[in-house]
Design a protein around this ligand. Structure first.
Ligand code: PLP
Length: 471
């Protein structure tokens, strides 16, 4: 493709994206595609001859687009958001255009220094302690794996026996912790049986006394407690583990304290939300995802550590072909995580923070929290609905319950209710299990979601429940 053709299609694509974002409500939020629909409409063998962009783009619109679930739709209330923004999209275009591979400082000095700068901006914006230093990982799962590997590195400094073998290392997290903790423990070699899932209280938060007991039991059994993950904003219900108490146990027993605030971290942009960070100075590492609720295109996960030395010791490599003359005085982020090659992710973060300003980002968070509280109020006011968890951020967990049915009937009813709501194409909610109960999850976190959308979602939920409940 020559530059002229590229320019022509570039303009056309930007127009298409602008129209897409403007008209996104006209798409069904959840793709209606059936398994095999997309593949079945495309040739199984690659083209021998070059094809014009017009034809590829026509297939994109005709074949690919129907198989897309529209995460930027204002009716997006599923999982957690992965919201983007015009500023972030523009930066992603520049990143793609530059095509820089930013593995070491020298392979793009500005990328390394913008990463250093934007992560420090984020640290300040969230009110994290001054000593914390950040790097960008692709996802929170990777950041948690990095924390577990660092914890293993630090723990293996102690407790090695005469034959050179250490005691088995143990990881702790609440029963409500994200599955990435278990996956990370498996990948990092702790082994599934050395992960302890600690009981939670009536609000789904880790019980500190149960953590203390589990750690003491493992120590008495000759194992070596190595890491505890505290979750601030659990995936199912956004429960907040008591960070200070968990941190005190970690400090008493020499555990690495990793904080997973993948979704809720963004809420700390607003000082009135920072209660949940109480004790964060005790953490060794902290992750949150600007790619969830902070208007930054997937993927972009902010990972902070108190002591970069342990992180670097865990991941550094020094092959001759990667050495540069400036290594002693720069940050080479290849040593701050698993991958060698790195995208220029800091650029979109820089664009987002500058284009919204701290004020704009805070305003979005506050509005989403206001809308979530509004929805919560409607659930509470309706006798046939019940709230299933506290609502500290933008997620409401609830279900229909007329008080006259057994639990299994209620589960079946709420499952049908969810299917009915989602089949409208206007809203997409997902579910979870809370104390064994089928719970509907309604998240407000999409950039384009306004009060009218949340109101319409509630009306759809209430009327679908009335129709289903009719004898
Ligand atoms: N931690 C928590 C609390 C989450 O809710 C999620 C995803 O929703 C993750 C970790 C995993 O995030 P990622 O997809 O960035 O790995």
């Amino acid at each position: 493709m020559d530059i002229g053709t590229f320019r022509k299609h570039g303009h056309e694509f930007v127009d298409w994206i602008a129209d897409y974002l403007r008209d996104i409500e006209s798409f069904p939020v959840l793709s209606l595609a059936k398994p095999g629909d997309t593949r079945g409409r495309l040739p199984g063998v690659p083209p021998e001859a070059a094809e014009p962009v017009d034809r590829i783009f026509a297939d994109f619109k005709d074949v690919v687009l129907p198989g897309i679930t529209h995460w930027q739709h204002p009716g997006w209330h599923a999982y957690f958001p992965a919201n983007n923004s015009p500023a972030s999209i523009l930066a992603e275009m520049l990143t793609a255009g530059l095509g820089a591979q930013c593995m070491v400082w020298q392979t793009s000095p500005a990328a390394a220094e913008l990463e250093d700068l934007t992560l420090d901006w984020l640290r300040q914006l969230l009110g994290l302690p001054p000593g914390f230093v950040g790097t960008i990982q692709d996802t929170a799962s990777t950041a948690t794996l990095c924390a577990l590997v660092s914890a293993r590195e630090r723990a293996s400094d102690f407790g090695v026996n005469e034959e050179g073998f250490g005691r088995p290392l143990v990881v702790y997290a609440s029963r409500e912790a994200h599955s990435s903790v278990e996956k990370g423990a498996k990948v990092a070699g702790f082994g599934r049986r050395n992960v302890r899932f600690i009981e939670t209280d009536e609000n789904f938060a880790l019980v500190p006394a149960a953590l203390e007991e589990a750690v003491a039991r493992d120590e008495a059994a000759g194992l070596q407690p190595a890491c505890v993950v505290a979750t601030l904003g659990t995936t199912s219900s956004t429960a907040v583990d008591p960070l200070r108490a968990v941190g005190e146990t970690a400090a008493r027993h020499g555990l690495w304290l990793h904080v997973d605030a993948a979704y809720a971290g963004t809420a700390a942009l607003c000082p009135e939300n920072r209660w949940f960070l109480d004790g964060v100075e005790l953490a060794d590492s902290f992750v949150f995802n600007p790619h969830k609720w902070m208007l930054t295109n997937f993927d972009c996960s902010a990972y902070f550590v108190k002591d970069p030395g342990t992180l670097i010791r865990s991941f550094e490599i020094h092959p001759e072909y990667l050495k540069t003359g400036v290594d002693p005085c720069v940050k080479n982020y290849r040593d701050w995580g698993i991958q060698l090659g790195r995208r220029f992710r800091a650029l979109k973060l820089w664009f987002v923070i500058r284009s919204y300003g701290a004020e704009g980002l805070r305003a979005m968070v506050r509005e989403h929290q206001r809308l979530a509280r509004l929805f919560k109020g409607w659930v509470e006011a309706e006798p046939d609905f019940e709230l299933l968890a506290p609502v500290p951020f933008g997620l409401v967990c609830f279900r229909w319950n007329d008080g006259r049915r057994a639990e299994d009937e209620l589960d079946a009813f709420n499952k049908s209710l969810l299917e009915r709501i989602n089949s409208s194409g206007r809203f997409y909610l997902t579910h979870t299990a809370l104390r064994g109960k089928f719970a509907l999850r309604m998240v407000v976190g999409q950039r384009t979601t306004e009060e009218r959308h949340v109101r319409a979602a509630w009306e759809a939920v209430a009327s679908a429940a009335r129709e289903l409940g009719r004898p």
